[in-house]
Design a protein. Structure first.
Length: 187
């Protein structure tokens, strides 16, 4: 089964994630998560990013279930578009950058982005992405899910730093990292 065989819900407002799906010919229903993204120091970066990907999806799942009640997915009353007669795949994800095993938060503005990247420049850092995929039934109940972790260690060059500092949503540039390792952590 191909991802195009699913009706895709993206539990994220990330312009980069939307762009990546659209580049593959997928026009997802985008629903932003309302869960807190506060950094938890009691978790390792890998556990934190997977936890956040899961919680973002859970938040959107609860929004969907409230919108449609216990009926079938999608109605004018629930505020959702009519869901085509095909399986539903919900994707939730998060990406973080770490330096010295410390999670770097998202920049507040362009100046903060430049400060963060100046600190990361010429230093080894790690980028982690957690992804949660859920297959949902017609009442938006999960029938299967999987968590994935992707990671890459790299440095930032001045070209990337300059581009990153000029974007209106600089944190979206972090998702341009290509994972070099990925593994299934839960099925």
């Amino acid at each position: 089964m191909d991802i195009r065989d699913f009706f895709v819900i993206l539990a994220s407002g990330s312009p980069r994630r939307i762009e990546m799906l659209q580049a593959e010919g997928i026009d997802p229903l985008v629903i932003k998560s309302s869960c807190s993204e506060d950094i938890r120091l009691d978790l390792s970066p890998a556990c934190f990013v997977m936890s956040l990907a899961f919680r973002k999806g859970q938040s959107v799942l609860e929004q969907l279930q409230k919108s449609c009640g216990s009926g079938s997915g999608g109605s004018a009353d629930g505020g959702l578009p009519e869901i085509p007669d095909k399986p539903v795949l919900m994707i939730s994800a998060d990406t973080i950058v770490c330096k010295d095993s410390r999670i770097i938060g998202k920049p507040a503005d362009e100046a903060d982005a430049f400060r963060i990247l100046s600190d990361l420049r010429d230093a080894v850092n790690s980028v982690y992405s957690g992804v949660c995929l859920r297959v949902l039934d017609e009442g938006f109940s999960p029938v299967g899910s999987i968590l994935l972790l992707c990671g890459r260690t790299s440095g930032w060059d001045i070209t990337r730093m300059t581009t990153y500092g000029r974007t209106s949503r600089p944190e979206s540039r972090w998702t341009r990292q290509v994972p070099t390792r990925s593994r299934v952590l839960s099925a």
